[in-house]
Design a protein around this ligand. Structure first.
Ligand code: KG4
Ligand code: ZN
Length: 323
């Protein structure tokens, strides 16, 4: 049995993955309620909570399957990118287990784990275009294999999830903004407010969302009393159109027919619908919503791939905050 740990941000994830490659247990402790009053994640609170929650969660996962620590054959953990304080909790815990139980330590990259999270449910043939849209990242990759990702574009400022979170804060809505905005948007008119589609016409695969945030801010300042539902619907449509159109263009330019959308924002219902509506020859894949946001199951999957290849990390390896 392999143990997988995810502590890159504000979620504590623990999963058990069999050596045959099946997900056996998957536990998640979300700190969302702790950070919500602050309108965003407070790193100090996040790391302290990780420390408090991780060991009990691992114990619970093992007990659930009547396993002892000595039954573990390897430990996979997210090394980065993320909040360094949070990452250190998971990485130090995993290194300790690796040393004490004499089992291999497997370093998993968080962005790669998101991009392969679809494999928890089904296989997708390589190469595919991977759009990663999360709170910290918005990037397009050509995914050639489990260890070969080519970055072809990324956001020049805010990430897509960050834009959702910032707009929510502006409207006095709780963190995380994505689910709340998406729910309000369902009752709103997406054509009500004309908002910019940043970088849509540019001949590259990069994104930019800070201008969209500023446009919403100015609209609020100018018009004051707006209907939140209409504003959320207009904002969501503008942001999703840019993601969908630029990704489809990249797929057509590169001649790639399969697209995997991953990361927290890929849980968005409107984004999913828009991709399906605008795709022509392209096949679009979305992980189950519970695997879109941070989780240890995806760390377990990539950990298992690396375990099979004996791609192990040294105890000297350091977690990293940036990609
Ligand atoms: O992947 P994730 O859990 O963490 C990072 O690695 O960043 O993504 C979290 C982000 C947050 O910004 C959150 O607002 C956004 O994903 N998100 C959504 C939805 N659910 C989560 N954005 C739009 N619509 C959603 N339904
Ligand atoms: Zn993530």
């Amino acid at each position: 049995m392999l143990l997988a740990i995810e502590t890159s941000c504000d979620e504590t994830g623990v999963a058990l993955f069999s050596e045959e490659g099946t997900l056996v247990e998957d536990f998640l402790y979300s700190q969302v309620a702790l950070h919500s009053p602050y309108g965003g994640i407070v790193p100090e609170i996040a790391s302290r909570k990780q420390l408090e929650v991780l060991h009990p969660l691992v114990k619970r996962a093992l007990e659930e399957r009547a396993l002892k620590p000595y039954d573990l054959k390897g430990v996979a953990v997210t090394f980065g990118p993320g909040l360094l304080g949070s990452l250190l909790v998971g990485v130090t815990y995993a290194k300790t287990l690796s040393l004490a139980l004499k089992i291999p330590l497997i370093a998993v990259d968080h962005l790669s784990a998101h991009l392969f999270s679809i494999f928890l449910e089904r296989e997708v043939s390589f190469p595919y275009l991977g759009l990663l849209v999360s709170g910290g990242h918005t990037a397009l990759f050509v995914v050639q294999d489990f260890d070969s990702l080519k970055l072809i574009g990324h956001t020049r400022d805010d990430a897509a999830g960050e834009a959702f979170d910032k707009i929510a804060k502006l409207l006095g809505l709780p963190y995380p903004g994505g689910p709340v905005i998406s729910e309000l948007a369902e009752k709103g008119d997406p054509e009500k407010y004309p908002l910019p589609r940043p970088m849509l016409e540019e001949e590259n695969f990069d994104f930019s969302f800070s201008g969209l945030k500023t446009a919403v801010f100015q609209l609020l300042k100018r018009e004051g009393n707006l209907r939140n539902e209409d504003l959320c619907a207009s904002f969501q449509k503008a942001l999703c159109e840019v993601l969908v159109e630029k990704t489809l263009r990249a797929a057509r330019v590169l001649g790639i027919k399969r697209i995997v959308v991953a990361g927290g924002v890929s849980a968005n219902t409107y984004l999913r619908g828009l991709f399906q509506e605008r795709a022509q020859e392209e096949e679009i894949f979305f992980p189950h919503p519970k695997y879109c946001t941070d989780n240890a199951a995806m760390v377990g999957f990539l950990g298992w791939i690396k375990f099979k290849k004996k791609d192990f990390a040294s105890l000297d390896a350091e977690p990293y905050s940036r990609a």
